[in-house]
Ligand binder design. Structure first.
Ligand SMILES: Cc1cc2nc3c(=O)[nH]c(=O)nc-3n(C[C@H](O)[C@H](O)[C@H](O)COP(=O)(O)OP(=O)(O)OC[C@H]3O[C@@H](n4cnc5c(N)ncnc54)[C@H](O)[C@@H]3O)c2cc1C
Length: 745
């Protein structure tokens, strides 16, 4: 047996998506990172060992322009390119390659951390070291350093260090949470094992083992969905252990879950109720996917009110959007529904103060063990949210270590540092502006070859009936005088339009009625009908226009859509749908299509200035520069002009990877594009020298959002431009942000 010592700036325990993103973020901030994972593969519950699909703030399309950027965004976009069919092994590779690409990360697979050295009084503990055992190698490794991140899911490191934590459910009174039980209790969400089946092409028999559960003696056949075309995470409801101790009873829980799967498979194969002769079991998990265990107590505990109220924390560093999704502790044997969901109006914020221990001075946490109540955890627990939290905690850990700050000092006194670093890294932040004084683009004048100024979709590709209310979101900057719609009417009638504001800038729901307009329509086809809404909000924002139902009217639709617009059809969900995952009052329609419309005021929503400073994702508007169509502006460009020459060594550009598209790593649904069409494909960066444009960067076949160009030699110029030569399919050039720095990072 060997004993080894590893010294790092940041030690990350747990290689799930939270840990991987934390490690990558810290490494990119320049920290030397040890990433310790007790399994042979990375990815935690998302890995091929467990196969949970990665969900996040889009909530399967409930929320709009909500897909995460940052490190998890890079992983999802790359996975879409390499693995559009959702093969779990290809996903493992995407995650592993991203970690291996970071020279500052030392990766320790198969290394189980079992002991922690920590000292200090209960209210001020300090972790000194963690020690892991590398299985199969007989190596005992002691990891030391100033800063530790517990991304182990279960929270063993923090527990052994003496960090305060909670398990189970808080009482309703404690945080005033209507979804908490009256009395606190120790129940948690249970664990799950999944399985995949396949068609063998010939009959395959199945002899169940003696320990298979007879599920006909349970409520499963009646209460849960069993279908031969379902696989993997579609069987998320095979859940058990919420009334046990999910960690200490892990072995018993695994046995019960596997017995249930062998019984479910017996039911599918041998009950005669399914067309399953040729089906065989392809894979069954050996590692129970754990949903919930310890939640550490940080300086802020995120609650139901924070999630549903979309609390705008000054130290917001990540966002979520999944519903509060709670399951009965009895899991698959419970007679209640397998889950109930409470959706916020849109994405909500997560503060840095929930990502470090309140009583261990150098311990950060990320993933399912962050500081939140059981109810709020019902939402934060999904993996893209765990990943963005990981990126935030990793960034915080690296910055605090470099500056010798405690996490609390960083979160309360130096949050601008964190925000600037995260903005520069293109992390998933909502409502945090680029105010970085190092970004030279912010002091330049910005121009573009052309700009989308007037929203017009006027070529009809058919009609949609106005038999229920239709909704549309359009950006308003600075005002909207009128909107025209292309209508057919069977008889003379009137059509009513309402204009609503959406509450928070990240919401796409009609929350506050601002204006109404009515138009008389005579019987006839293809009439442009004008609705005078005349709205000038106090700041640029989206308007949610409701066209009220009228059975004698149809609205024409166009076969393309302009960026930043969305369309919906209203439905009144039946009472039994309340608190379900599919709950939606306004259902998104016309994906990548549009209603035929003409907006009556030119807009500044797509101006070149949107790409400089400001927000780098949709927030009350698209927040990017959009050119005229490339048939008219064949080589669109966005450029910067400085009063005096500037010298720079790094230019970063953010392209539009269409955060409206709900990507998924495994097989929940398939997105038809391997590369997002809105991404610029071919481009040049050119600097003006002696009156001539000189190309300093030339890129072909780009498929990424965030391109950072560190120049071999610094450039001194008064003018710089990004010249777009081709997109990956979008008819216009889109640039989300253009940033220029004297010093490469
Ligand atoms: C069946 C199931 C269905 C779910 N459904 C969804 C869903 O549809 N979509 C979604 O996004 N989320 C879903 N979730 C939730 C989500 O999977 C978890 O909340 C998420 O995986 C937590 O991420 P994490 O990185 O914190 O932890 P994990 O994914 O649990 O990763 C932690 C990692 O740390 C390692 N580790 C633990 N202890 C140690 C140690 N002592 N030393 C070294 N390494 C250690 C573990 O092996 C693991 O790989 C589901 C969870 C389950 C179980």
């Amino acid at each position: 047996m060997r004993h080894e010592e590893v010294v790092s700036d940041v030690t990350v325990v747990g290689g799930g998506l939270a840990g991987c993103c934390a490690a990558i973020a810290a490494a990119r901030q320049g920290a030397r990172v040890a990433l310790i994972q007790n399994r042979p593969v990375l990815g935690g519950n998302s890995s091929s060992e467990v196969r949970v699909w990665v969900c996040g703030a889009t909530a399967h399309g409930t929320h709009h322009y909500a897909r995460e950027t940052g490190i998890i965004g890079e992983l999802m976009v790359e996975n879409q390119y390499r693995n559009p069919d959702g093969n779990p092994y290809y996903w493992d590779l995407v995650v592993l390659e991203a970690v291996r690409a970071e020279p500052n990360i030392s990766l320790f697979l198969n290394t189980d951390v079992r002991s922690v050295e920590a000292d200090g009084p209960e209210h001020e503990r300090t972790v000194r070291a963690v020690t892991g055992w590398m299985m199969g190698s007989e190596r005992e490794i002691r990891f030391t350093g100033p800063t530790f991140l517990d991304c182990s899911g279960d929270g063993l490191v923090g527990f052994l260090a003496g960090a305060r934590f909670r398990t189970g459910c808080e009482s309703r009174e404690e945080y005033g949470e209507s979804w908490a039980p009256e009395q606190a209790d120790s129940t948690t969400l249970g664990s799950t094992i999944l399985f995949y089946s396949k068609d063998a092409g010939h009959p395959v028999k199945y002899v169940p083992p003696s320990f298979a559960r007879d599920i006909t003696r349970t409520s499963i056949p009646e209460r849960r969905i069993i279908r031969t075309d379902l696989n993997g995470c579609a069987y998320w409801w095979i859940e058990w252990g919420g009334e046990r101790d999910v960690v200490h009873d892990n072995e018993e829980i695994r046995d019960e879950l596997q017995a249930a799967i062998y019984g479910i498979w017996d039911h599918i194969k041998n009950s005669g109720k399914f067309d399953a002769d040729n089906l065989t079991l392809e894979w069954i998990g050996a590692v129970p996917g754990k949903r919930e265990y310890r939640r550490f107590v940080g300086d802020h505990t995120l609650t139901q009110a924070d999630v549903l109220g979309q609390e705008l924390f000054p130290d917001r560093v990540a966002f979520g959007g999944w519903s509060i999704d709670l399951h009965p502790p009895g899991g698959m044997y419970a007679t209640e529904k397998g889950s109930r969901h409470w959706h916020p109006h849109g994405n909500y914020h997560i503060p840095l103060r929930s990502l470090y221990s309140e009583n261990v001075t150098n311990l950060w946490m990320a993933g399912r063990n962050i500081s939140c109540s059981h109810v709020a955890f019902g939402s934060t627990r999904v993996m893209a949210t765990c990943a963005v939290v990981g990126e935030a905690a990793g960034t915080g850990a690296a910055l605090a270590t470099r500056r010798g700050l405690r996490p609390r000092e960083l979160a309360t006194n130096e949050i601008d540092l964190v925000h600037r670093a995260m903005v520069r890294a293109d992390a998933a932040l909502l409502g945090v502006e680029n105010t970085d004084p190092d970004d030279l683009a912010r002091s330049a004048e910005v121009q573009a070859s052309s700009t989308l100024r007037r929203l017009v979709v006027d070529t009809s590709a058919g009609t949609v009936p106005l038999d229920s209310h239709l909704g549309m979101v359009v950006p308003v900057d600075p005002s909207l005088g009128f909107v025209e719609l292309l209508l057919d009417a069977d008889s003379d009638t009137t059509v009513d339009v309402e204009l609503h504001s959406t509450g928070e800038p990240q919401n796409y729901v009609p929350l506050q009625l601002e204006r109404t307009a009515v138009a008389h329509v005579t019987a006839g086809q293809k009439q442009w009908v004008r609705f005078d809404v005349d709205w000038t909000p106090d700041r640029p924002q989206n308007a949610f226009l409701v066209v009220r139902a009228n059975d004698s009217v149809s609205v024409h639709r166009g076969d393309s859509a302009e960026p930043g617009t969305l369309f919906f059809r209203h439905r009144t969900p039946p009472p039994e749908e309340k608190y379900t995952e599919q709950w939606r009052e306004w259902k998104h329609i016309l994906h990548r299509e549009s209603l035929c419309l003409r907006l009556g005021s030119p807009t500044r929503a797509y101006d070149a200035g949107q790409a400089i400073g400001g927000y780098a994702r949709p927030y009350g508007g698209p927040q990017m520069w959009v050119s005229e169509r490339m048939e008219w502006d064949e080589r669109p460009w966005i450029g910067l002009t400085w009063k005096e020459p500037v010298t720079f060594g790094e230019v970063a550009v953010l392209f539009d990877d269409e955060v409206e598209e709900d990507l998924i790593n495994l097989h929940h649904h398939r997105t038809p594009f391997d590369v997002m069409p809105g991404l610029v494909r071919d481009y040049r960066m050119q600097a003006m020298a002696d009156g001539e444009w000189v190309t300093v960067v030339s890129v072909r076949d780009n498929r990424r959002r965030h391109r950072v160009h560190r120049l071999d030699e610094t450039v001194t110029t008064r003018r710089l431009r990004v010249l777009v030569e081709a997109t990956n399919g979008a008819p216009r050039a889109h640039v989300v942000a253009l940033r220029v720095y004297a010093e490469p990072r």
